[in-house]
Design a protein around this ligand. Structure first.
Ligand code: SF4
Ligand code: SF4
Length: 322
């Protein structure tokens, strides 16, 4: 296999200007809260290192995480990952289908063994040897377990891949779990040595996925994780900590309905069910739709989608968090 071009070379071939590339590096530096001067370090790394191989395995999922990924900052992840980083396998987005696609996946795994970035989305059904979710006649459970053994990094993208999500919600008919749990025995046996990073969210903030890939390409390692395997740079604070309604929370000014005068004035939505104080995510710092807004800014509370208990929280979405 020939040497892959660098990510910058690929972007340039697609018409991304040097200025656009540097803008992306600067944005990533701020998203990753890196020190001054880090944009140049990122630019140098992305311009010099061969692009990595990415294998994306979707198991029991709704495609929302892939949709989110396509809505990230310019250059979009569509161009960054799909065209530049070399997405060797993604069964929703790739052009190939059927046996050719499955063969391409197996070839990419074999040729890049020990070096590829494995992304998993969707929960993994464990019941009946994983037979509830198959691709090309193979159980998602065995596809993930096999691919994980040759990965350099494993990223569980979305609350389903991280914690089981809706697939694992009671009564969990398929015996679903997240990727880390599906790989637990292989990790214990030393057969999976790659770090497993959780990027929860339903869907996850797309720039967090880009940020993780960029960090890995720049430093050859992953950022520090918390005890739920989430990168602390993105999940170190609750969405409440940077919410624009926080001053009203502190003054105990709570909206009583979604369209009352208080809600329109920006009062806190806790009594309408906002789970922001219990939810660790980057929604109020990075924001959504290319930095435009976030739910509480737009008038709706946080549903707590990035937490392990999202779907099974007693009382449902609109009960007070405390
Ligand atoms: S609206 Fe939610 S996140 Fe914002 S201050 Fe109130 S409780 Fe916190
Ligand atoms: S505001 Fe809450 S529910 Fe909305 S995306 Fe962020 S973590 Fe999920």
């Amino acid at each position: 296999m020939g040497v892959r071009p660098s990510l910058y070379e690929e972007l340039r071939n697609q018409g991304v200007s040097r200025r656009g590339f540097l803008k992306f590096c600067g944005y990533m530096s701020s998203v990753l809260t890196l020190p001054v001067g880090s944009a140049e370090v990122i630019a140098q790394a992305l311009a010099s290192k061969p692009r990595p191989s990415v294998i994306w395995l979707s198991v029991q999922e709704c495609t929302g995480c892939s949709e989110s990924l396509l809505r990230s900052f310019e250059p979009t992840l569509e161009s960054l990952i799909l065209d530049s980083i070399s997405l060797d396998y993604h069964h929703v987005l790739q052009a190939a289908a059927g046996a050719a696609a499955e063969a391409a996946r197996d070839r990419a795994i074999e040729q890049n063994w020990g070096k590829y970035f494995l992304i998993v989305d969707g929960s993994i059904p464990g019941k009946d040897a994983g037979a509830r979710s198959t691709t090309g006649g193979k159980a998602g459970l065995s596809l993930v377990r096999n691919a994980a053994q040759g990965a350099a990094v494993i990223a569980s993208v979305g609350t389903c891949a991280a914690f089981g999500g809706i697939g694992a919600a009671a009564p969990n008919p398929s015996g679903a779990f997240g990727a880390a749990d599906a790989l637990g025995d292989l990790v214990a046996a030393g057969k999976v040595t790659a770090p497993i990073v959780n990027i929860p969210g339903c869907p996850p903030v797309p720039e967090v996925i880009t940020g993780l890939v960029t960090y890995y390409l720049t430093y050859g390692s992953i950022p520090a994780l918390d005890d739920l395997r989430r990168p602390k740079i993105f999940f170190g604070k609750t969405v409440h900590d940077n919410c624009t309604r926080l001053p009203f929370f502190e003054r105990q000014q709570f909206a009583r309905s979604f369209d009352d005068e208080g809600a329109r004035k920006g009062w806190c939505l806790k009594d309408l069910g906002c789970k922001g104080p219990l939810t660790f995510n980057a929604c109020t710092t990075i924001k959504w739709n290319q930095g435009t807004s976030f739910p509480m800014y737009s008038g709706h509370g946080c549903l707590g989608c990035a937490q392990p208990s999202f779907w099974d929280r007693p009382g449902g979405f609109y009960t007070k968090p405390f």
